[in-house]
Design a protein around this ligand. Sequence first.
Ligand code: ADP
Length: 440
Amino acid sequence: MFDFWRRALFFPFAFLTLSLLVWATVGALSATLFFGVFLLIHLVLHLRQLEALDYWLADSDERIVPDGPGMWEEVFTRLNRMVRQHRKEHEQRVAALQHMEQATSALPEGVTILDEAYRIEWCNPLAEQHFGLDCKRDIGQQITYLARQPEFVQYLALHEFSEPLVLCGARQDGLTLSIKLIPYGNNKLLLISRDITHLERIETMRRDFVANVSHELRTPLTVVNGFVETLHDMPNLENSMTRRALHLMGEQTHRMERLVDDLLTLSKLEDTLNALQEETVDVSRLLRTLHQEGQSLSAEKHTLRLELTSSCILLGNADELRSAFGNLISNAIHYTPQGGEILVSWHEQGDRPVFSVQDSGSGIAPQHIPRLTERFYRVDRSRSRETGGTGLGLAIVKHIASRHQARLEIASVEGKGSTFSIVFPASRRLSLPAEEAITT
Ligand code: ADP
């Protein structure tokens, strides 16, 4: 600061001293004139530097910082240093951005950045291919104007992105995309799209194969089962060994029939062409029926209670929901020892409707929980066979839940019991205000 004033006032003081000398030797008028001329020249020089600065500021990116004498030298040197630093940082930022763009362009997935209103902010070349976009032209456009598939529009509208969406025929016929939305930062969304056409084709082949085999097995099984039952019921069948063998054969063919039925149910649920047929479902009424069926399955071996703390109606498929809820209730009955308690409830978590079944049964060790919904995964094979289980029940429940954009949550403590819950998105709730608890 001191240096600045020293440089700024050096010449005015020098000329003031000279003017005083002139005053002493020649007179006051000459001294005033001399000092006035100096001030004028001084002012003109400063104005020229200001003009140079103004000229540079008008296009500071292209022009070099001007040079100047005296105090201006210091100002321009600092300015020059700042500009160099700024340019260096700018170049670093541009390089980092290019790096990012190159990296995201090399990704095997489409990446699109959307704002809170689903307007496109940026996308990589693969995303352009997947949705038929032109990144430069379509910036600021709502993605749903350009990718209009109803499933995609509904997926965005539901705001429930925990499960990816499989979109068939996204742009060209035959293209199948797996779409995931990841919220980040300040209400931004990262839309990741992956071409799974090939995987989907293999998966379809596998599904068709399982469905066809199951279908083909159905008729012979029904015939064999019919004969076994007829033979078993024949009055003149005396040999107890034969009777026992026929009884076992009957049990096994029934088991195979249940397996075939579950496999066919799974194939139907997995079929991407089999869209969810939505209707309004009165869950409370459905649960009252399932509660009665549960009581006859339990045959008074358990205390089976029903708690309806929500009266909300659900937008979903009644048959599928019946199958999912029924599966969880029958599992609770099968895996809870005699005398145990089971609570079936329909309630709300915030604005999300929740169906849950809580039992005081055998419980499940934590390492098994993540794998329970895999096909044929059983914690205890012999127990599952004893109860007539196929090992497909929870896989079916999970599929039905995801077709309703719901989440299957499992909480269990070994030896104490388990709670299986299906948490539906708020958007599936056709609201009626929560009523008083009804416990049966
Ligand atoms: P399963 O037909 O064998 O019952 P599921 O898919 O319905 O097949 O269930 C998978 C496994 O999860 C079962 O074999 C059982 O070990 C376990 N399981 C399911 N429900 C319960 C429950 N309520 N309590 C304890 N274990 C359970």
